[in-house]
Design a protein around this ligand. Sequence first.
Ligand SMILES: *Cc1c(COP(=O)(O)O)cnc(C)c1O
Length: 393
Amino acid sequence: MSGDKSGGDAPATKLVHAGRRPEWTHGVVNPPVYRASTCLFETLDAYEAASRNPDAGLYYGRRGTPTQWALAEALTEMEPGAAGTHLFPSGVAAIAAALMAATSSGGHLLMADNVYEPTRVMAKSVMARIGVETEYYDPTDSDGLAPLIRANTQAIYMESPGSLTFEVQDVPAIAALARERGLVSILDNTWATPLLFPAISHGVDLSVQSLTKYVVGHSDALMGSVTAAPGAWQNFRNTALRLGQTAAPDDCALALRGLRTLAIRMERHGKTALALAEALSNHPAVERVICPGLPGDPGHALWKRDFSGYASLFAIALKPGDRKALAACVDGLRHFGMGFSFGGYESLVLPVNPLRTATRWQTDGPMLRIHCGLEDADDLIADMTAGLDRYLG
Ligand SMILES: *Cc1c(COP(=O)(O)O)cnc(C)c1O
């Protein structure tokens, strides 16, 4: 998109400037919230001109106003090489549109075995019903992927690090394979955001984010986005528009506010997550810490090669223990709330049970996913350590 004045600036600088076109902000810092369905045309001439080129300016609320355009453009600017971004009312809605745009009835979809569970449910229900077959692959075996490609394969879906178990995929290699074979590559980039992993410049066609997480950053809005490479943009945008997908302007304003502080929050999230993961790795209740940011994790080398930082999330597999011990651990935590999602300023913990079909995931005890918020790292370490002490009884 035009209007990008950020050129070769560093990502943290781009986050400050991105999407702030003067014609959208009219001299204030943030673009105003335009609540609109109807946009009025002053003359018959203006109406006819807009109908011929609905992308030239305001047309109808579903196609966005400067509030949505500013957020979409800012996200595009965070993905060097991208052609555009479409916004969605949730991350799951964004995933649905990506799958719909990349596949058709009779097609075959290759999906990483560690994807976010609602993505798996969507493949099994909606996508199966429209005649798209999904086959799961081992996310850590990129060499094993090419032999799975069939004549009717249409897309390869990735998520890296994957949900709950954080395996790191060789995204550049898989995206290159997809491009070579004429398949659409889709990456759920929610864990990293374009700040830690600019997916389009690594060869991905459709980069999906649940903006609900780090971009909104304050646990008060749901939103999703898909940023597309030039070759995938037109088809993707048409599909999203025809599906009627749009995001509310008030939510976009919240996401824009969150976006401005993303770099500094991610830096803090990552630092705290690595400190807590490291501290917990020596606790007698812990069987294994699952955190590709730590040396010794199977995904560490790829994470180090491809990502410019760590996010807030990791998991711990506990030594065997009963439900009462688990309840004693999580119910007494002072700083970690129990709930879904992540990316907010407040720390979270969630007992999880990964579901796998193409690979095996086995732990003997319960597993906890941990999101480190913006609290002081030492307070979080003390709180979680006390919780694990209670687990041991
Ligand atoms: C949360 C999440 C989503 C879904 O996002 P919503 O905005 O909650 O619909 C998709 N992918 C991943 C990896 C997520 O963590």
